[in-house]
Design a protein around this ligand. Structure first.
Ligand SMILES: CC(C)(COP(=O)(O)OP(=O)(O)OC[C@H]1O[C@@H](n2cnc3c(N)ncnc32)[C@H](O)[C@@H]1OP(=O)(O)O)[C@@H](O)C(=O)NCCC(=O)NCCS
Length: 207
C-alpha cells in the first residue's frame, strides 16, 4: 500500500522487509489495507474507543483513510507494527492492535476492538499473538502497555494475556487534555506466558 510521508514514498514492503501476517487462536493479524477504511471509520465512532484511546475526536473518514495507509505504513518504517485484527472465522475486521514505533527495543502496544467484536476473547488473543511475534522476529526486548485503572476491560485483557503488572504511573497519560494515572504492564521473552510461545514462534507467516 503506497503512501506519502515526509516526501518519501513508503510501501508496506519497506527496507525492513514485508510486514507479516500472524495467526492466533481466533484472530488473524494482517497489515492494514485501503479497503479497511470504512470499518475503521465505523468502529472509531464508538464512545469507549473515543474515551480510552487517543484516536482523533471527532473521527472522520479522512482519519480512517490516513490510518490504514499512511499511519500504518509509518509505524512499520519506524520499527513498530500496526495490524488489523481479523475474526479468523468470518474475515471481518474487528479491531486494531500494534505499536507505532520501537525505541531501545521497547514496543509500546495499544489496541481497540469494535463493539460487535467485544468479550469474545479477540483482543487478548491478538495481544498474545502480537507479543509473541514482537519478542521473536519483531526484534523487541520488552513489550509494554499502559491502562487506566478504571478501564476494567483493558486491565482484564492485559492480565488474560499474561502481562506482568509493574505498578501505577501517576498522572503519566494525557487523553484529550485529561491527565490520568496508568497501570504499567509488560512482557519479556522469558516470562512464563511467553517463553513457550517465542520458542515455537506460532502462526507467523510470510517471514
Ligand atoms: C478493552 C477492549 C479492548 C476489550 O476488548 P475485548 O475484545 O472485549 O477483550 P477480550 O474479549 O479479549 O476480553 C479479555 C477478558 O476481559 C474481559 N472483559 C472484556 N471487556 C470487559 C469489560 N468491559 N469489563 C470487564 N471485563 C471485560 C473478558 O470477559 C475477558 O475475561 P476473561 O479473560 O476472564 O475471559 C475493548 O472493550 C475496547 O476496545 N475498549 C475501548 C478501547 C480501549 O479501552 N482500548 C484500550 C486502551 S488501554
Amino acid at each position: 500500500m503506497p503512501s506519502q510521508r515526509n516526501g518519501t514514498l513508503l510501501t508496506m514492503a519497506s527496507a525492513r522487509g514485508k510486514q507479516p501476517t500472524l495467526t492466533g487462536s481466533a484472530v488473524v493479524l494482517r497489515p492494514w489495507a485501503a479497503a479497511d477504511a470504512d470499518a475503521v471509520f465505523a468502529a472509531c465512532q464508538d464512545r469507549e474507543i473515543q474515551r480510552w484511546t487517543t484516536v482523533p475526536s471527532p473521527y472522520s473518514q479522512a482519519d480512517a483513510v490516513a490510518y490504514v495507509t499512511e499511519v500504518a505504513a509509518a509505524a512499520w518504517e519506524d520499527g513498530g507494527a500496526v495490524f488489523a485484527v481479523i475474526d479468523g472465522a468470518t474475515g471481518d475486521v474487528v479491531g486494531s492492535i500494534g505499536a507505532h514505533d520501537m525505541r531501545d527495543g521497547v514496543a509500546h502496544v495499544g489496541y481497540w476492538t469494535a463493539p460487535a467484536g467485544r468479550e469474545r476473547g479477540f483482543t487478548s488473543d491478538a495481544l498474545r499473538t502480537l507479543t509473541g511475534w514482537f519478542l521473536g522476529d519483531g526484534g523487541a526486548a520488552r513489550v509494554e502497555l499502559v491502562v487506566e485503572p478504571t478501564n476494567g476491560g483493558s486491565l482484564r485483557v492485559a492480565e488474560a494475556a499474561g502481562f506482568t503488572r509493574e505498578g501505577l504511573l501517576r498522572q503519566r497519560l494525557v487523553v484529550r487534555e485529561r491527565r490520568a494515572d496508568v497501570v504499567m504492564y509488560s512482557m519479556l521473552a522469558g516470562d512464563p506466558a511467553m517463553a513457550a510461545a517465542v520458542d515455537e514462534r506460532p502462526g507467523t507467516l510470510d517471514r
